[in-house]
Write a protein that binds this ligand. Structure first.
Ligand code: G6Q
Length: 544
């Protein structure tokens, strides 16, 4: 047993859970008319209702005691103060500095000043592209921008530009290429004109195999379809921390937008990795996105734990995962523009908290990261909600929706929200035998038919959900939402005593890829792997 799971704070939550498990969520609602007021928090235009979580006041008090036991308040301070909390890489995690209006100093250096310079360059660059001051080799203005990047250098800008489509300029069509599968680059390029296409090579390290392969192929396409080597520099720009590698690729320093090692990949959309965002929605909207995130940062840094939204959300996740055995969490946006939000949060949570070693190098004896997935409602309702309602595992979910549609049309939005509310109510209440029986009687079924159908028509309910409503999905609100989830993930990591800012787990596969690639290109006998891997390689070689 670890110090954490043996601690009085942990054991107290465990004991409380076994008592609380005897009542259902519906019971808890019946016992307390003020549940909604008690268990919901508001921040600016956003409401977070966690009353449909299986909790009482005591649950929150005990989880807060656990947070204090793990020194959560101090750790929040460590992050904002730029301490090297990414211990395995000996780095700070200062994505909050990118959106802070205060001056942030790291290792004696005013990093806010450096950030300001890059943001100014991004603004100037984007204006110059928009007003045609910067043009392609033929003299025509740019019409298309292709962001080549992967993981943190792709998912954030892609999610944000999809979410904020109504704020985007029609002058620029934005494309994202991430997969090393050549079909993605092929499908993107075949509709583009090299003379009016601008490529952003977005890579923190500028060594990522997928991104560099795509970047070299895009350059090859460019020089063989009308461009030439001399004009590459007008059409290729880089976003990176690795200036040397950028120069080696052939991109001038003037065309490079820097960021820094204290910005983690999956926390980098706020940095120059957001250049594609700026090109699409403009600097003012990007600043509004940053301002929304900063507002949430301040809330997280200064609000007492019991009223602190990311703290409560993080602790509820701990409650579900570690004390209620719920290891799958769905993100269900009732907003089509948020269709990439689940994928974005999947990386944020699973890459950050998918760890099994504590900060002190010990193997944990409790569950950490959870499985994050999801799709926009109402599509999910007609696909996988069946398992949420009647499957054998309990899955928790966040439901998200704006109160105002970006494009009101008839009663679509009311219908969308009616579905949202109905689903969370149904997941909570379920339908017992008695109710299902009465319904079948009223539908005219005979007792014999009812006997057969009844078990299939009942719903256990008691499925925990959190509802997040906001006025409108504008840049500020989106910034607030993303920062809220970033901090929620951080809170979980502190309780679990793990480092959420590294990602060593992606390394092993990369190393083996490098070993296998030459084997696919040769005729030599392959014996060095296990029988399955050898067999797969042979099958591929014989059929490629
Ligand atoms: C994110 C991860 C990872 C990273 C990609 C791309 O936190 O580190 O998703 O963003 O591997 O890395 P580069 O930006 O260095 O190409």
């Amino acid at each position: 047993m670890s110090a954490l799971t043996e601690s009085p704070a942990w054991l107290a939550v465990e004991k409380h859970q076994s008592t609380l498990a005897q009542s259902t969520l519906s019971d808890l609602f019946k016992q307390d008319n003020h549940r909604f007021d008690r268990f919901s928090l508001q921040f600016e235009d956003m409401l977070v209702d966690f009353s449909k979580q299986h909790i009482t006041n005591q649950t929150i008090d005990l989880l807060l005691a656990l947070a204090r036991h793990q020194n959560l308040e101090q750790w929040i301070g460590h992050m904002f103060n730029g301490e090297k909390i990414n211990s395995t890489e000996d780095r700070a995690a200062l994505h909050t500095a990118l959106r802070s209006k205060k001056t942030v100093v790291l290792d004696g250096e005013n990093i806010s000043h450096k950030i300001g310079i890059v943001f100014e360059r991004m603004a100037r660059f984007s204006t110059a592209v928009h007003n045609g001051e910067l043009r392609g080799y033929s003299g025509k203005p740019f019409s298309d921008v292709v962001n080549i990047g992967i993981g943190g250098s792709d998912l954030g800008p892609l999610m944000v530009t999809e979410a904020l489509k109504p704020y985007g300029s029609n002058k620029i069509q934005l494309h994202f290429v991430s997969n090393v599968d050549g079909v993605q680059l092929y499908e993107t390029l075949q509709h583009l004109n090299p003379a009016t296409t601008l490529f952003i090579i977005a890579s923190k390290t500028f060594t990522t195999q997928e991104t560099m392969t795509n970047a070299y192929s895009a350059r090859e396409w460019f020089v063989t379809h009308g461009g030439n080597k001399a004009t590459v520099s007008r059409h290729f720009i880089a976003v990176s921390t690795n200036q040397d590698a950028v120069r080696q690729f052939g991109i001038e320093t003037d065309n490079t937008f820097e960021f820094w090692d204290w910005v983690g990949g999956r926390y980098s959309l706020w940095s120059s990795i957001g250049l594609s965002i700026v090109l699409k929605i403009g600097m003012d909207n990007f600043q509004a996105l940053l301002a929304g995130a900063e507002a949430m940062d301040q809330h997280f840094e200064t609000t007492p734990l019991q009223h602190n939204i990311p703290v409560i959300l993080g602790l509820l996740a701990i409650w579900q995962i570690n004390f209620n055995g719920i290891r799958s969490h769905a993100i269900l946006p009732y907003d089509q523009y948020l269709h990439r939000f689940p994928a974005y949060l999947q990386q944020l949570e699973m890459e950050s908290n998918g760890k099994r070693i504590t900060r002190h190098g010990e193997i944990v004896d409790y569950d950490t990261g959870t499985i994050i997935w999801g799709e926009p409602g109402t599509n999910g309702q007609h696909a996988f909600y069946q398992l949420l309602h009647q499957g054998t595992q309990t899955i928790s979910a966040d439901f998200l929706a704006p109160c105002q549609s970006q494009h009101p049309m008839g009663n679509h939005h009311q219908l969308l929200l009616a579905n949202f509310f109905a689903q969370t109510e149904a997941l909570m209440q379920g339908k017992n035998n008695q109710k299902a029986h009465a319904e079948l009687v009223s539908q005219g079924f005979s007792e014999e038919e009812i006997k057969k159908l009844l078990p299939h028509k009942t719903f256990p309910g008691n499925r925990p959900t959190t509802s997040i409503l906001f006025k409108k999905l504008d840049p500020r609100t989106l910034g607030t939402l993303i920062a809220m989830y970033e901090h929620k993930v951080y809170v979980q990591s502190i309780i679990w005593d793990i480092n959420p800012f590294d990602q060593w787990g992606v390394e092993l596969g990369k190393q083996l890829t490098n070993k296998i690639l030459p084997e696919l290109e040769q005729e030599k006998a392959i014996t060095s792997h296990d029988a399955s891997t050898n067999g797969l390689i042979y099958f591929f070689r014989n059929n490629q």
